[in-house]
Design a protein around this ligand. Structure first.
Ligand SMILES: Nc1ncnc2c1ncn2[C@@H]1O[C@H](COP(=O)(O)OP(=O)(O)O)[C@@H](O)[C@H]1O
Ligand SMILES: [Mg+2]
Length: 278
C-alpha cells in the first residue's frame, strides 16, 4: 500500500468514526424540534418561547418583520447563539444545545448566509472540490487526490445547480445569482440533511429568482430546507408551509393563503413599513 493509499484508508476510518447525517433519527418525529426557546440580549427577548418543528424533507419558508428573530433563530440552530431556555433537537437523537458549531455542522446542518462567499480565482469545479475537502478536516491537502466518488458527486451537484457548462470557468466571472447557486452547491457537497438559507434571492434578476425557486423546490425531499426570505412573490412561488415570526414567537403558520389572510398577520404587516416587512 502506498503512502497516499494508506492516508486514504485512514480517512475512511475517520469518516466512519465521525458523526454522520445518517445517524439522525427521524423515525418518530421531525428532523428539527425547538420547544419553548428563549434568548435574551440584555433583558430583551429576541426569541420568546419559540416552538418550531420541521419535518424531514420539508421546504419551509420563514417570514416576519425586521427584528422578528429570524436570524437569531438560525444562530440558535447552528450553535452560534445559546438560548437561555428551551430545547433544540436534531432528530430524536441529537441535543443541539449540547454541541458546538463544528459538531452541529458535521451532523449535516448547512447554513447559507446572505452574501455569497465563493473563491473567485478558483474554477466552479474547484470550489466544489474544496467544499468537499473542507469537510474532511484531516490532512485536507495530503488527501486532496480526488477519488472517483468525489468526481461523481461534483458532477451531480453541478447538474443540480445548473452550472455544468461553466464548471471550468473562474467563479469570479459568475453572475450574482450563479454565485449563490454555487454556494448552495458547496453546501450540498457535504450532503446536508438540513439546509438553512438566508434571503437567497436578494439582488437576483427575475429569471434567476425563478431558477432559484426551482432549485430549492428540487432540493426539498432529498433534504429539509428552511428559507428566510423578504421577497413575498418569491415565497408565494415556492411555499408549501409558511411560518410567520413576530417578536420572537410564531404568530401564524400554514399555507401562504392562510397566513396572508390571518388578521394578526395583516395587522403586523400593516403596522410595518413595506420595505421593512419580510
Ligand atoms: N447579538 C445581539 N445583541 C443584542 N441584540 C440583538 C443581537 N442579535 C439580535 N438582536 C436583536 O434581536 C432582535 C431580533 O433580531 P434578528 O434575529 O436579527 O431579527 P430578523 O432576522 O428577524 O430581522 C432585534 O431586535 C435585534 O436588534
Ligand atoms: Mg435577519
Amino acid at each position: 500500500m502506498s503512502f497516499f493509499e494508506s492516508l486514504r484508508e485512514r480517512d475512511r476510518v475517520f469518516d466512519f468514526m465521525t458523526p454522520q447525517a445518517s445517524t439522525v433519527d427521524v423515525r418518530h418525529g421531525p428532523i428539527l424540534y425547538m420547544e419553548d426557546v428563549t434568548v435574551s440580549f440584555d433583558g430583551f427577548k429576541a426569541i420568546n418561547k419559540l416552538n418550531l418543528t420541521i419535518d424531514d424533507g420539508e421546504l419551509r419558508c420563514i417570514i416576519g418583520p425586521n427584528g422578528a428573530g429570524k436570524t437569531t433563530m438560525m444562530d440558535i440552530i447552528t450553535g452560534k447563539t445559546r438560548p437561555n431556555e428551551g430545547s433544540v433537537w436534531f432528530g430524536s437523537r441529537h441535543n443541539l444545545l449540547k454541541m458546538n458549531e463544528p459538531e452541529i455542522a458535521s451532523l449535516g446542518i448547512g447554513r447559507k448566509f446572505q452574501k455569497p462567499t465563493v473563491f473567485e480565482a478558483l474554477s466552479v469545479f474547484e470550489n466544489l472540490e474544496l467544499a468537499m475537502a473542507a469537510d474532511k478536516r484531516i490532512f485536507p491537502t495530503l488527501t486532496a487526490r480526488m477519488t472517483g466518488e468525489t468526481r461523481d458527486r461534483i458532477e451531480e451537484v453541478l447538474t443540480t445547480i445548473g452550472l455544468t457548462e461553466l464548471r471550468f470557468q473562474p467563479a469570479g466571472i459568475l453572475s450574482h445569482g450563479q454565485k449563490q447557486w454555487l454556494e448552495i452547491g458547496m453546501l450540498l457537497m457535504q450532503r446536508p440533511r438540513l439546509l438553512l438559507v438566508d434571503e437567497p434571492v436578494a439582488g437576483m434578476t427575475e429569471q434567476e429568482m425563478e431558477r432559484t425557486a426551482e432549485l430549492l423546490t428540487r432540493l426539498a425531499g432529498k433534504q429539509s430546507v428552511v428559507v428566510v426570505e423578504h421577497d413575498m412573490g418569491f415565497v408565494r412561488s415556492i411555499a408549501r408551509k409558511v411560518t410567520v415570526l413576530h417578536q420572537g414567537s410564531v404568530l401564524a403558520e400554514g399555507s401562504m393563503d392562510q397566513v396572508a389572510s390571518d388578521p394578526s398577520v395583516v395587522e403586523v404587516y400593516l403596522g410595518a413599513d413595506d420595505e421593512e416587512a419580510a
